[in-house]
Ligand binder design. Sequence first.
Ligand code: NAD
Length: 253
Amino acid sequence: MNHSFAGKVALVTGAGSGIGLATAKAFGDAGASVVLADRREDAVRAAAEGLSASGGKALAVRCDVTDDTQVASMIDRTVSAFGRLDAAFNNAGVMQRRVDTAEISGEEWDRVMAINLRGVWSCMKYELPQMLRNGGGAIVNCSSIGGVIGVPGLAAYHAAKHGVIGLTKTAALEYATRKIRINAVCPGTINTPMAESLTGGDPKILAEFLKDEPIGRIAEPEEVAAGVLWLCSPGASYVVGHALFVDGGYTAH
Ligand SMILES: NC(=O)c1ccc[n+]([C@@H]2O[C@H](COP(=O)([O-])OP(=O)(O)OC[C@H]3O[C@@H](n4cnc5c(N)ncnc54)[C@H](O)[C@@H]3O)[C@@H](O)[C@H]2O)c1
């Protein structure tokens, strides 16, 4: 059964594209007021206009998750617009340039960590006090299958995604009795611009990626969104500190 988020307020970072955009739309379709945050303001503005045009309540916020001041302001604007925060999907992320560990520059390492790991922490730092003021909420952090496996050439990305799971579990334990459930979602290969950047849009490279996929196909971002909405719904009321793999069976190998 699909759960209604009517009367609830949901925030999605990285909502300008891919998994974040699909999740923001899914929250909107389920009746939530949605805050779409991204460092690309044009992208979230267009998406928010689309949601509003179909009768929903949506707010676009320009926010770079590496900047604590912008993150704090994103939460302030959420509360000013909609009065509370019930669900947050900390999804903004980037892929790294594929090179061996010793070839990663310090700047590239710091860039990937700042967005993919520190950015998730920064969002939680400002979401959690607001959810405590609300009397509860649910947070989903975006990890990856890269949160539990290694892939040659992607050490910074995989280190950050492993970190997101550790951060999620620890925060989940801290807030479990305070009515805030914190979980992670771990996508496999999802049809978004990020996945396209890895394959260069080349069907042969995509086929190589998919040969180890038990389900035999790439996923659509809406399939990840469905997992995020479930984790934020009362249906997942006893699910705490969990890393939900939406990966077509990849990590079952
Ligand atoms: N696509 C996949 O196969 C896949 C697999 C596993 C995990 N993921 C994770 O899913 C999340 C979403 O990825 P996607 O595939 O939808 O990618 P995407 O590139 O389509 O979207 C990412 C969005 O994040 C935004 N963003 C990047 N840096 C930001 C920052 N500093 N502040 C705010 N916004 C920022 C981008 O502008 C973009 O709109 C990422 O965390 C990614 O690591 C993706």
